[in-house]
Design a protein around this ligand. Structure first.
Ligand SMILES: Cc1cc2nc3c(=O)[nH]c(=O)nc-3n(C[C@H](O)[C@H](O)[C@H](O)COP(=O)(O)OP(=O)(O)OC[C@H]3O[C@@H](n4cnc5c(N)ncnc54)[C@H](O)[C@@H]3O)c2cc1C
Ligand SMILES: NC(=O)c1ccc[n+]([C@@H]2O[C@H](COP(=O)([O-])OP(=O)(O)OC[C@H]3O[C@@H](n4cnc5c(N)ncnc54)[C@H](O)[C@@H]3O)[C@@H](O)[C@H]2O)c1
Ligand code: SF4
Ligand code: FES
Length: 803
């Protein structure tokens, strides 16, 4: 029977969680396609606040890597927007003219930030704070400008303001109400919050209504209704969100404020569901992840035909993610004639706690300064507990391990993901978990806003006692309790030879491993035993498996090798002929001095390689890629050395060598450094009668200047140094760690010290020679392999992969 087709519109937090819930229940039952306007895999939007505050990198907030889609046979079309829904014939149409049929359609289009329609709102320097692009824009602006104004003193506005302060800007927060976060706090808590944030350096303008954003093309300030003005180079609007319902509305799927759904997240149109911030359930639209994840569970159960009473609505709780400020609220926040309040106000210590009671039951709470009781109160409200239960339990005095020990099993540790203490303890005991990462992998606890991380850590300590080490080792992934070094040690000691064998013998928690550990083990096995290890193609990332980089429209790119960036008329002719014959979309010269054929169909790849008859440039692999060269002494009047010859020799020697991450090199023939060796993994610099070898540079997002490793005299010495450096990197770095991060971590002095010993260098180069002897040219191998051609290149619809 053909699989049912699920199409998801919106590659965000709610939609993908719903898919995860479906896969958990029926891993192989559906054929799943995902469309997402943003050009990224599903990432943690919540953590954008932490990125802006400098606590996290954009690279670290991905929730589901490209490989996850691939592993679950999900076709992902990033950067592609659904523009039409044909309800009668059950298909959707995208802005790239793709037509995709569905049996079940899930709309998870999220929200759009609400932008005040003020005169000047379209000026440069005005932004929302919703996605990676906004976050990067603000970080960029903070490098050039000084004054920021944030309109909106709610959760988002305050987190943005804290981030901008951290980035060195002066920040005014303009708020329309007379106290902060009036949607989440009462006046007392709002006022305490203002005092605390003023101490941190924020300036507040309360009860201010902005009427104009001033400036010519670029914003210069704000004007208010009372006539006053302030200066600003950057304006961030954080005044709430609007459910993104335009697509549903246009196609007559009933919409109120959000897309109207029942308890199973079904819209009124057969086979169309809505989930997340775009959905409206019992007149409620939510803007926090906890309810959206609960909705996802109900939706998954329904699609998987599991009996379920459905989603009944959620009790909300919020926490501001600003360090040094503890503020929490849940349920009802304002007192009225139907409520009685239990209150505590300690002006001296800046602590305020209010618990609201209605007809003997707790219905809400606002906590400031001491929020330890937050989770307990949320759990009590959720289960409809009587106030006595709260009063009898007494106020929580404990902290750390004592606090989690005093919690009952049904108390929530992670509000975002609804994970209780009991569920985490069970997972720790039954699955032998020892780290926060593993608990996150198995239970989802701490996977969203991350504020419960310390509670999870305390719970691990409380459950494991002496066995728990707070100074946690970094495990390869959540499938194992072993670190990289331990895995390598075990492979060597036990003579393990296959990825599956490693996972079986070393007690992996998952049968199949995951997209983090499989490629890493495959690399370590090859690095340890290059002459005997048979590469396991299925453990590789999709690009490496296919020997080509997949592009955002599902086509591929082909980059033939051009040693040292030097070509000739014969090769150029072949490239031109291939480009015509296979109608490639674009021919582009890359930053590494290579020629890139873009827009190639997957089924054409083997024929193109055969026609080109040139070696692969490995532009898709975690391996030695390019050696860029300057023209050097042969042509340049400043040149003191033969940089082209040197570059070609290096590239010919190390081409195709697999490394923990990509390795880019550059050779220049004078300190002008035209081949940009200062930002390469290895940068060789020719001087009069000498060569310098610089290492650990990076010209990408983690910009880093390469550091001098050694200065040597001869070409042979350069090759010896580069060989020893690369082999030491191959043997010591974590898989997916660039040389820049590795050198930063271990220190250039350490690398220099190790490599200054001639005996060590010789040993490293011996092992390097062994590794090089095992290198095979992938394209010529692939075109000869009938089974591979059939399996990989004839099959269509391979999902998109990583770079
Ligand atoms: C800075 C920040 C901090 C936050 N902090 C917290 C927090 O601490 N705690 C908390 O609970 N919540 C927090 N939130 C809110 C939380 O991130 C959202 O509730 C959650 O991301 C909503 O998930 P969603 O999938 O409904 O929408 P989104 O995550 O917005 O995903 C919707 C996706 O659909 C795509 N899309 C829209 N239309 C189409 C189309 N036609 N075709 C294809 N794709 C489309 C959009 O581009 C988007 O990528 C925060 C939000 C922000 C911005
Ligand atoms: N820590 C968290 O849980 C967290 C953090 C960030 C964002 N979020 C979520 O993201 C979404 C957006 O957050 P938000 O803070 O924009 O929404 P919000 O609705 O919570 O707050 C918006 C604030 O802007 C104020 N405002 C409205 N119009 C204004 C005007 N003209 N001038 C000045 N102030 C004005 C409102 O009084 C309100 O307090 C929400 O769903 C929120 O829950 C949550
Ligand atoms: S690096 Fe020096 S030698 Fe090489 S091209 Fe530039 S100026 Fe000329
Ligand atoms: S409370 Fe947000 S991730 Fe646990």
């Amino acid at each position: 029977m053909p699989k049912q087709k699920i199409v998801l519109i919106g590659n965000g937090m709610a939609g993908i969680r719903a898919i995860e819930e479906i896969l958990k229940r029926k891993p192989d039952a559906f054929d799943i396609t995902v469309f997402g306007t943003e050009p990224y895999p599903n990432y943690n939007r919540i953590q954008l606040s932490k990125v802006l505050q400098g606590d996290t990198d954009v690279q670290d907030i991905t929730l589901n890597e490209w490989q996850w889609y691939e592993d679950n046979n999900i076709r992902l079309y990033p950067g592609e927007t659904v523009i039409e829904i044909d309800k009668k014939n059950q298909f959707v149409l995208t802005d790239k003219d793709r037509k995709e049929p569905y049996d079940k359609l899930i709309i998870a289009t999220g929200s759009n930030p609400f932008m005040l329609p003020l005169p000047g709102a379209d000026k440069e320097g005005v932004t929302a704070f919703r996605d990676i692009k906004d976050c990067e824009m603000m970080m960029d602006y903070s490098k050039k400008y000084k004054k920021a104004a944030v309109i909106g003193g709610g959760l988002l506005g305050l987190e943005a303001a804290r981030g901008l302060l951290n980035l060195g800007m002066e920040v005014d927060v303009i708020h329309i109400a007379d106290y902060l976060m009036e949607r989440q706090l009462d006046r007392d808590a709002g006022n305490l919050l203002k005092q605390e944030l003023e101490k941190q350096g924020m300036n507040f303008l309360l009860e201010k209504q902005t009427v104009e954003i001033t400036g010519r093309n670029h914003v210069t300030g704000l004007r208010f209704k009372d006539g006053s003005k302030i200066k600003a180079d950057l304006v961030v609007m954080a005044v709430g969100i609007k459910p993104n319902v335009a697509l549903a509305k246009e196609h007559e799927i009933p919409v109120n404020r959000g897309i109207v759904v029942n308890d199973h997240m079904e819209t009124e149109v057969p086979n169309i569901y809505a989930v997340g911030e775009c959905a409206e359930h019992r007149q409620m639209v939510y803007g926090l992840v906890a309810p959206l994840y609960e909705q996802g569970q109900a939706l998954a159960k329904h699609i998987c035909d599991q009996a379920d009473e459905g989603y009944k609505g959620s009790v909300l709780s919020t926490q501001l993610k600003v360090s040094g400020v503890d503020v929490f609220s849940t349920g009802k926040i304002l007192d009225d004639e139907s409520t009685k309040a239990i209150k505590m106000y300690d002006d001296w210590r800046g602590i305020y706690q209010k618990v609201l009671v209605e007809e003997g039951k707790i219905t809400g709470a606002v906590l400031f300064g001491d929020t330890k009781d937050g989770n307990k109160l949320l759990s009590l409200i959720k289960k409809g507990a009587d106030v006595e239960e709260y009063l009898e339990s007494g106020q929580t005095e404990e902290s750390g391990v004592d606090l989690v020990a005093s919690m009952s099993d049904d108390e929530l540790i992670c509000g975002c993901n609804g994970v209780s203490k009991g569920a985490i303890v069970e997972a720790i005991n039954n699955q032998g978990l020892t780290t926060v990462e593993q608990v996150k992998g198995c239970t989802n606890a701490s996977r969203s806003c991350g504020t419960c991380k310390s509670l999870v850590s305390d719970l691990l300590e409380c459950t494991l006692g002496d066995e728990y080490s707070a100074d946690q080792k970094e495990t390869i992934c959540s499938c194992t309790t072993l670190s990289r070094d331990e895995v390598i040690e075990e492979i060597k000691e036990k003579g393990l030879t296959h990825v599956r064998e490693v996972m079986n013998v070393l007690g992996w928690k998952t049968e199949e491993g995951c997209s983090k550990c499989k490629p890493a083990i495959n690399y370590y096995l090859g690095m340890i035993n290059p002459s005997e290890y048979e590469d396991e193609r299925e453990s590789r990332f999709v690009n490496e498996r296919l020997h080509a980089n997949i592009q955002n429209n599902g086509t591929y790119s082909v980059v033939p090798r051009m040693y040292g960036g030097v070509t000739n008329s014969n090769d150029l002719r072949k490239i031109a002929d291939v480009a015509d014959k296979y109608e490639v979309g674009m021919i582009k010269v890359t930053g590494g001095q290579r020629i890139d054929l873009l827009g190639v169909k997957k089924e054409d790849l083997p024929n193109i390689w055969a026609d080109l008859d040139m070696p692969s440039g490995h532009a898709y692999a975690k391996s030695v890629r390019t050696v860029k060269t300057c023209v050097g002494e042969n042509f340049c009047r400043f040149g003191t050395q033969d940089s082209i010859g040197m570059g070609i020799d290096i590239e010919k020697k190390f081409e195709g060598l697999y490394t923990p991450h990509k390795v880019k090199m550059g050779v220049s023939a004078c300190p002008r450094n035209c081949a940009e060796g200062g930002i390469k993994d290895v940068g060789v610099l020719g001087l009069d009668g000498a060569w310098e070898v610089h290492v650990g540079g990076n010209g990408g997002t983690d910009l880093r200047q390469a550091e001098l490793l050694f200065k040597v005299k001869t070409q042979e010495e350069v090759l010896e140094m580069v060989g020893a450096f690369l082999q030491y990197y191959r043997e010591s770095a974590n898989y997916l760690e660039r040389t820049s991060a590795w050198v930063e971590r271990v220190g250039i002095e350490h690398v220099r010290e190790v490599l200054s010993d001639k005996e060590t260098r010789d040993e490293l180069n011996e092992r390097m020679d062994e590794a090089l002897a095992a290198v095979q040219e992938p394209w010529s191998e692939a075109v000869k392999n009938e089974t591979l051609l059939k399996e990989l290149y004839e099959k269509v619809n391979v999902p998109t992969g990583s770079n």
